[in-house]
Design a protein around this ligand. Structure first.
Ligand code: AGP
Length: 609
C-alpha cells in the first residue's frame, strides 16, 4: 500500500526521506517519488519501479532541501507509471503525497477541468493538489488551504503537503489512513508507520481521525476534525532501528518463519501468574465484559481470517462458545444480525486494514457492546478503536506474506478461548493442559523448522506446476487454506484448499498426475476419514504429498510422499502444521525466482477498500 514520508529540519532531509521509503518498501509499491522546496521552488523526481531507482536519480542529480515529502505508490487509480507516481503538483507551487482513495474524485475532476486545471495523471490524488492550490487563493496560507480543501474530499486519505511559497511548514492530515509524526530534536517528520523513521527518532505522535497538523522547525500544531487545537501525546517506540533488518537471512519471510519460536514465547510472556492466564492481559475491565459475553463474532481478512477460522473450532469444540467468523469486507456490507452481548473480535497484523476497521465500526453500529482486537501494531487504528486489546507481540513483520503474525494470532486466540471458556464449558484440567501445550510450542516449532531441508527438496517438484490442491479436515482445513494462500501469493501458482470431505463433490475432477495434492494429516480422530479421501486422490493418479505425524504411515495404496512432522498435542496441532506449509511456499517461490518479500500486486498493509 502507498507509503508516505516527509520532513522539515535544519539539515538536508532527502537522505532521510529515501531511507524512510526503503523502510516502507515492505508495504508493496510500484513507483516512488519525492519533492523538496528549495530556493522558493519545488523540485521533484519520480521513478517507476524500486526506491533504488529513485535514489540513483537523486545521486546523479542531487536535489537537497530542508523541507520535503516522498512516497511509494501502490496503484489504485491509473496504472503504475512515472506520470501516476506521487508527489503530484499543482501550478508548480504545491506538492502532495497521498495514501488512500478519494471516492468523489470524478466529480471534483470534472469541476476542476471546467475551471481550467490540467491533469497529467490518471490518479484520484491529483484532484487533492488542485483543490489545495485553488483554496490558497482565498485561504491565505497552506494550513488554511488544506483545511478548506479536505472538506470537499470524501473517502480515505493520509496526506503530506508542501508549498514552494511556504518553505517553513509541512502540513499533514489523516482520515481513514494511518499517519504518524516523528518528533526529533527541533525537527519533525511524518510517515505511514513508525518503521520508516526509526533511524531519526523513536518518539512519535499518532494523529487521530480528521486531525490536521502543521509541522515547523521547533513546533507542531495539531487541530482536530472540529478545528480545535489539540495535543497528541508523544509515545516512545520500543523498536530499535535494526528491528527491521534482514540479518543473515536471504528474505524477510524466511527470517520471520524462523522467528516464530521467539515470537510465540514473547506473546505468552507476562500473561500468566502461577501458570494461570490473567484476564487483565486483555484490558483492565476485561473480566467484567467477559462475564456478559454469550457469543463471539470474528472479523478479519486474508491470513488473519484464517486464524479466526481455526479459532472457531476451538471456541466451539473446547469451550462450547458459539462463534461466527466472517471476512470483514463481506460483513461490512451484508446487513448482518448481531446480538449486543456478542464479543466482536477483530484480528489484524497491521491494525490498519480498512475493511476490518470498517467492519468493527459496522458491528458497533449494529449494537455490539464489546470489542476486542488481536493485533501486532501498538497504537494502530484497531487498537485505538477497540474496548479490549491483546497484542500479538510478533515484532515487525516485513514480508508481505504473513507468517509469525499468523501463529501468534493463533496463540492469542487460544488465550481468549481459555479466558472466555472458563465461563462456559472449558474445565480447569483442560485449561491447564492447553497452558502447558502453549508453553511447549517454541521448542516444538524449533523441531519442525528442522524439516527445512526435506521441504526444500520437495519444493523442486513444484517448479513446473501451475496448480496445487490443499486438503485438511477440522481445524486443519483453515491451515490448508493458509498453506494455499501462502503458495499462491508468493509463488503465483494457483492453489486452492478444500475440506477433504468435499473433494468428491467437485474438485476430484481436477485430479491427474500433474496435480499435487498437499494433505495436512495430523494424528487425530479425523485421520481415518482423511485417509479415505487420500485414497480417492491416489486412485485417480493424483500426486499425494502428506504432512503427517512422524509415528504414522499413510494407509493409502499407491505412491505417497510423506513429510514427517514431530508428534504434537491435538489442541495446538494447527499451529505446528502451519510451519511446514510456510516453508514449502517459501522454497517454491525462491525456486521460481519471484519477489518473495514483495510479491507482485500485493501490499502489506491494505489501508484502502
Ligand atoms: C497474507 O499473507 C497477507 N499478508 C494478507 O492476507 C493479510 O493477512 C491481510 O491483508 C490482512 O492483513 P492484516 O492482518 O494486517 O489485517
Amino acid at each position: 500500500m502507498c507509503g508516505i514520508v516527509g520532513g522539515i529540519a535544519q539539515r538536508n532531509v532527502v537522505p532521510i526521506l529515501l531511507e524512510g521509503l526503503r523502510r516502507l518498501e515492505y508495504r508493496g509499491y510500484d513507483s516512488a517519488g519525492l519533492a523538496v522546496v528549495n530556493g522558493g521552488e519545488l523540485h521533484r523526481k519520480r521513478e517507476l519501479g524500486k526506491v533504488q531507482g529513485l535514489a540513483a536519480l537523486v545521486e546523479a542529480d542531487p536535489m537537497p532541501g530542508l523541507l520535503g515529502i516522498a512516497h511509494t505508490r501502490w496503484a489504485t487509480h491509473g496504472k503504475p507509471s512515472t506520470a501516476n507516481a506521487h508527489p503530484h503538483t499543482s501550478g508548480d507551487k504545491v506538492a502532495v503525497v497521498h495514501n488512500g482513495i478519494i471516492e468523489n474524485y470524478a466529480v471534483l475532476k470534472a469541476e476542476q477541468l471546467a475551471q481550467g486545471y490540467e491533469f497529467t495523471s490518471q490518479t484520484d490524488t491529483e484532484v487533492i493538489v488542485h483543490e489545495v492550490f485553488g483554496a490558497l487563493r482565498t485561504a491565505g496560507n497552506l494550513l488554511a488551504a488544506v483545511r478548506q480543501a479536505v472538506q470537499k474530499l470524501s473517502g480515505a486519505y493520509a496526506l503530506g503537503i508542501i508549498s514552494a511559497d511556504e518553505p517553513d511548514v509541512l502540513v499533514a492530515c489523516r482520515k481513514g489512513s494511518p499517519l504518524v509524526i516523528g518528533v526529533g530534536i527541533g525537527e519533525y517528520f511524518i510517515a505511514s508507520d513508525v518503521a520508516a523513521l526509526l533511524p531519526v527518532t523513536q518518539r512519535f505522535m499518532f494523529l487521530e481521525e480528521g486531525d490536521i497538523a502543521a509541522l515547523r522547525i521547533g513546533s507542531v500544531e495539531i487541530y482536530n476534525a472540529d478545528g480545535q487545537r489539540v495535543e497528541r501525546p508523544i509515545r516512545e517506540s520500543l523498536l530499535s532501528p535494526d528491528a527491521v533488518d534482514k540479518g543473515a537471512y536471504r528474505h524477510y519471510m524466511l527470517k520471520e518463519i524462523y522467528e516464530q519460536p521467539t515470537a510465540i514465547a514473547q506473546t505468552l510472556e507476562g500473561r500468566f501468574i502461577n501458570h494461570r492466564l490473567q484476564e487483565s492481559a486483555f484490558g483492565h475491565n476485561a473480566a467484567q465484559m467477559f462475564d456478559e459475553v454469550k457469543a463471539v463474532q470474528i472479523l478479519a481478512c486474508g491470513t488473519s481470517y484464517h486464524a479466526g477460522l481455526v479459532a472457531r473450532y476451538w471456541f466451539e469444540e473446547l469451550a462450547r462458545i458459539p462463534c461466527q467468523v466472517e471476512v470483514a469486507s463481506e460483513f461490512r456490507y451484508r446487513k448482518p444480525m448481531l446480538a449486543a452481548d456478542t464479543l466482536v473480535v477483530t484480528i489484524s497484523q497491521s491494525g490498519e486494514t480498512a475493511d476490518t476497521l470498517a467492519a468493527l465500526q459496522e458491528a458497533k453500529k449494529l449494537g455490539a457492546k464489546y470489542s476486542l482486537t488481536l493485533c501486532n501494531v501498538p497504537e494502530s487504528s484497531l487498537v485505538r478503536e477497540s474496548d479490549l486489546v491483546l497484542m500479538t507481540r510478533a515484532g515487525p513483520e516485513i514480508g508481505v506474506a504473513s507468517t509469525k503474525a499468523f501463529t501468534t494470532q493463533l496463540v492469542t486466540l487460544m488465550l481468549l478461548v481459555m479466558a472466555l471458556g472458563r465461563r462456559f464449558q472449558l474445565d480447569a484440567a483442560l485449561e491447564a493442559k492447553i497452558t502447558a501445550q502453549l508453553f511447549s510450542l517454541p521448542q516444538k516449532i524449533d523441531k519442525v523448522l528442522r524439516l527445512n531441508d526435506p521441504i526444500r527438496l520437495l519444493s523442486e517438484q513444484f517448479a513446473e506446476k501451475n496448480n496445487a490442491l490443499f486438503l485438511g479436515r477440522g481445524a486443519h482445513y483453515p491451515i490448508a487454506m493458509e498453506g494455499a494462500l501462502k503458495l499462491k501469493e508468493i509463488s503465483y501458482i494457483h492453489a486452492e484448499a478444500y475440506p477433504a470431505g468435499e473433494l468428491k463433490h467437485g474438485p476430484l475432477a481436477l485430479i491427474d498426475a500433474d496435480m499435487p495434492v498437499i494433505t495436512v494429516a495430523p494424528n487425530n480422530s479425523l485421520l481415518e476419514k482423511l485417509q479415505s479421501n487420500m485414497e480417492e486422490v491416489s486412485a485417480r493418479g493424483g500426486q499425494l504429498i502428506v504432512f503427517m505425524d512422524e509415528t504414522l504411515v499413510p494407509a493409502v495404496n499407491g505412491a505417497v510422499q510423506m513429510i514427517k512432522v514431530p508428534q504434537v498435542d491435538n489442541e495446538i496441532s494447527p499451529i505446528l502444521y502451519t510451519i511446514p506449509l510456510q516453508l514449502l511456499a517459501y522454497h517454491v517461490a525462491v525456486l521460481k525466482g519471484t519477489d518473495v518479500d514483495q510479491p507482485r500486486n500485493l501490499a502489506k498493509s491494505v489501508t484502502v477498500e
